[in-house]
Design a protein around this ligand. Structure first.
Ligand code: GLC
Length: 421
């Protein structure tokens, strides 16, 4: 009887008849509690519809996940129905994704951040629904800043001197593993995000401008990278050259770093019952690049898309609609500090109580700086890889920024075909 009711519900839900025994598979990220939150959301939908859903876990590194998706999609495999895709991928993956506007009402999509819907609309096709959005932020240890009588840093130079001072004093006081600043400097997409923040905050642009011109070979970009390179072995461990988000969080959350650059998800975990730094964390916008600079934070975030090779597109679109719904995003924002993609949720008292900086840093999220993925289209992955290779070499001390960036500028100009991409 219950099963019949569920099937009926499903038919009503999806506006069509669903094959008996239909099952779906969805790829979810696994950063922090991501996988667990995805599983809970999916379980709820399954219990409502009776449809079995298989969760496929994919690599944490955005660059590795991208390579995996490209392989799966190129083979037109129906193995994954729903893909969790990065905010920088809609342009590249669009040919393999269905148009969700055929299944999801326009009145509903209007409730989401317009910039994200635009980002996910390629040639008038809505190829993905925004699931959560993020921007890079600065975490600090409020107890340590208080102890040494510092306010959170306004500029990167202030961060550098505060981090050095506190790190050295704490080491002398018996915490030999204390680090000043941890971030993501492994050669992967995360480094592109970190480095764009440094450069943009110095007024050095975002690699490729909105007209398609390559802009990286400029003195402010060089100054930003020189400063970042000086951190390695001073306020940041050598090992940071191999850190992704989770490794940075590991160091910070175990109490061994004064500052950390990361995405908002680290907040809920850092304040979890078993976290050694629970209640001792502050979050502010990333520092400015100096007198001429401004606060910056790169736009990140993930979308849900349905593969063109799925055997059950309607059902898959229905699950996407559920997972990206107001109620589900509220749950994820409250339990996991995942930034909603529906502006209304930033005014929801329960959300603000659980993650106060969603309110105080609303502007940073709203004005987050996009990577140049839209303008460079399916060349983006290559552009980003050239960028993070070059930056990694500078951070590792193999080349100065002044030697590396003009070469990168020329390489990207060749790739850009005169700005046409
Ligand atoms: C986060 C962001 C994503 C970005 C990635 C880089 O997952 O949401 O947009 O590409 O980090 O590591």
């Amino acid at each position: 009887m219950r099963r019949m009711a569920l099937t009926l519900l499903l038919v009503l839900f999806c506006g069509g008849v669903v094959a008996e025994n239909a099952s779906l598979s969805i790829s979810c990220g696994a950063l922090g509690v991501e996988l667990q939150l995805c599983q809970q959301g999916v379980d709820h939908w399954s219990s409502q519809t009776g449809v079995e859903v298989n969760i496929v876990s994919t690599p944490n590194s955005s660059s590795e996940r991208f390579a995996l998706y490209q392989q799966i999609l190129a083979s037109r495999s129906s193995d994954i129905d729903i893909l969790q895709i990065d905010v920088v991928w809609p342009g590249t993956l669009a040919p393999h994704l269905i148009d969700l506007s055929a299944y999801i009402d326009k009145d509903l999509t209007r409730q989401y951040f317009k910039t994200l819907i635009t980002n996910n609309t390629i040639d008038d096709r809505l190829v993905a629904m925004p699931w959560f959005t993020v921007a890079g932020v600065l975490y600090y240890r409020s107890d340590l800043l208080e102890k040494y009588e510092f306010n959170p840093p306004e500029t990167w130079r202030q961060l550098t001197s505060m981090a050095r001072h506190i790190q050295n004093a704490e080491r002398e006081a018996g915490s030999p593993r204390m680090q000043g600043f941890v971030f993501q400097a492994k050669g992967y997409e995360g480094l592109t995000c970190n480095a764009l923040e440094w450069i943009d905050s110095f007024g050095g642009g975002t690699l490729v401008n909105q007209r398609g011109d390559v802009t990286i070979g400029n003195p402010r970009a060089i100054a930003a990278l020189d400063l970042a390179a000086s951190w390695i072995g001073d306020i940041a461990p050598q090992g940071v050259l191999n850190y992704d988000e989770e490794q940075s969080r590991g160091v910070f959350q175990s109490g061994n770093a004064v500052f950390m650059r990361n995405w908002p998800y680290a907040w809920a975990l850092g304040n979890a019952a078993d976290s050694p730094v629970r209640g001792q964390i502050g979050v502010v916008a990333l520092p400015r690049g100096g007198d001429q600079g401004h606060h910056s934070g790169v736009l990140g975030g993930w979308q849900l898309a349905v593969s063109k090779y799925s055997k059950h597109p309607q059902l898959a679109a229905n699950l996407v609609q559920y997972l990206t719904s107001y109620a589900e995003q509220k749950r994820r924002a409250t339990v996991g500090s995942y930034n909603p993609t529906i502006p209304e949720l930033y005014r929801d008292p329960d959300v603000l109580k659980a993650t106060p900086f969603l309110g105080t840093l609303y502007k940073s999220f709203e004005q987050a700086v996009a990577r140049p993925s839209r303008i460079t289209g399916d060349q983006y992955a290559r552009v980003s890889a050239e960028f993070y290779y070059a930056v990694h070499e500078v951070l590792a001390g193999k080349k100065s920024a002044a030697a590396a960036l003009p070469g990168l500028q020329r390489k990207l100009e060749r790739l850009s075909r005169g700005g046409q991409w």
